[in-house]
Design a protein around this ligand. Structure first.
Ligand code: UD1
Length: 420
């Protein structure tokens, strides 16, 4: 297992973000809706993408992945329809094969993803959406097993206790493209990654409107064809570099991005003390002054993303004063708090809130990465802390950041990958 060894660093320069993980994975699942060849461009080389390749392989797709390009075509042999626990449990996005399998192959057996370190993550909305389209779904020995002789368009309300759901919207949307008649998804997720999936489906021949709003309308078509598509840049990776610049007081240019996907993040960074200039596909960030405390509430898009809560918390540990984080998507997503406190932070957790007493001097320590985004927060803390920080279990980070250590090194960070 690899670990990172990180020292206090000051960074400078330009970094280019990779393609979006969260856009790529459902788009890969969508290729199950056709027998024709699909080409996906700008794909990051990540453990999660490799896992999805394995799942598609089991489901009868031949996948070639080279130079950020995925070519996905049907294997000549018989189709599979089972997504096994050993793969699905490592990555919730793989549950997204359920909708396409039911729509195209009429049956599916997909393992439930199970629990997750960031809290309870149910899939009731996925099941609701697909059942309302006419799928018969049962739970059998940890698997969601179902068939869909015929899917029919329906009006589906997909709001849950925590608002909209990204992957439940994706699953329902994909199945609806081949359902008979018209489907409306009310309280659909508006995230840019959902829009990207809808644009890919349209290139395949789907009839969709309203993507990016809470009401998506789909008119079912008989079949979908192959498509070539470039995925959007990863807004969470871009936001992570904004948090790096804030915490380390660095001047960074973050390129290859869509700044319109980052409005809430840029606004928050400015409140904490960043000077940010925005152009078409880049932002430049300088930090000239002492950081200020602020309150962050995570919300569905276009609100501040839960996937950047941990990284921004590190900057708040350095700001002069008290900050409050209100985690409204995953109330238990605070695994990084105890590790940051071990490095000298003063954060108190109370239910979905974290109260951060800032102006702390962080000190290097041996810490444990617990999930993908928490790992990125620990890297940022290591870049600020006095002395040596060792971050164990960075396989979490490799799931979702393409060569983060190498990109940071080019900017001047003292970071090494070692065997632990
Ligand atoms: C996606 C992202 C993840 C991000 C999350 C929230 C991918 C691959 N992952 O995950 O990085 O943190 O959006 O922006 O795109 N919920 C239910 N029932 C359901 C499904 C979800 O109650 O059936 C709840 C969840 O527990 C959570 C909220 O809805 O409180 C939002 O979760 P959701 O948008 O579904 O997250 P994912 O799509 O799994």
């Amino acid at each position: 297992m690899d670990k990172f060894v990180v020292y206090q660093s000051s960074l400078k320069g330009e970094v280019k973000v990779s393609g979006s993980k969260n856009a790529t994975l459902p788009i890969m699942a969508a290729t199950l809706l056709t027998d024709e060849e699909c080409k996906i461009i700008g794909v990051p080389d990540l453990a999660d993408v490799r896992t999805m390749i394995k799942i598609l392989d089991i489901l009868g797709k031949e996948v070639i992945f080279e130079g950020g390009v995925l070519i996905i075509k049907r294997k000549p042999k018989k189709w599979g329809y089972v997504a096994p626990y050993r793969l699905v449990r490592t990555m919730r996005a793989s549950f997204c094969v359920l909708g396409p399998l039911l729509a195209r192959r009429k049956k599916a057996k997909v393992s439930f993803p199970g629990g997750c370190i960031i809290g309870v993550r149910p899939v009731d909305l996925h099941i609701k959406g697909l059942r309302e389209l006419g799928a018969q779904l049962n739970i059998e020995r940890g698997y969601c097993v179902g068939e869909a002789k015929k899917l029919r368009g329906a009006h589906i309300f997909l709001g849950g206790a925590f608002g909209s759901s990204v992957l439940a919207t994706d699953n329902t949307l994909m199945a609806a493209t081949l359902a008979e008649g018209e489907t409306t998804i009310e309280y659909a997720a508006c995230e840019p990654e959902v829009v990207d999936l809808a644009l890919f489906l349209k290139k395949m021949g789907a009839d969709i409107e309203g993507e990016g709003t809470h009401l998506i309308r789909v008119r079912g078509v008989k079949s979908l064809g192959g498509a070539e598509f470039k995925v959007i840049p990863d807004r969470i990776e871009a936001g992570t570099f904004i948090a790096v610049a804030l915490a380390t007081g660095s001047s960074l240019t973050i390129s290859g991005i869509n700044p319109l996907h980052l409005t809430a993040v840029i606004e928050t960074a400015k409140k904490i003390g960043a000077n940010i200039t925005v152009s078409d596909s880049k932002i430049h960030i300088d930090v000239f002054k002492k950081l200020s405390p602020t309150n962050i509430t995570t919300l569905p898009y276009p609100g501040f993303p839960t996937d950047l809560q941990a990284q921004f918390m590190v900057a708040l540990c350095l700001a002069e004063g008290i900050s409050l984080v209100n985690e409204k998507i995953y109330p238990d997503r605070f695994m990084h708090v105890s590790e940051l406190n071990r490095m000298g932070a003063r954060i108190q957790r109370s239910g979905p809130y974290a109260i951060i007493e800032g102006n702390r001097n962080l000190v290097g320590a041996e810490v444990m990465a617990s999930d993908l985004r928490a790992s990125a927060a620990l890297v940022i803390a290591g870049l600020v802390a006095k002395g040596k920080t060792e971050i164990l279990r960075i396989y979490h980070l490799d799931r979702g950041y393409e060569k983060l250590d190498e990109k940071l090194k080019i900017l001047g960070a003292k970071i090494k990958r070692e065997k632990s």
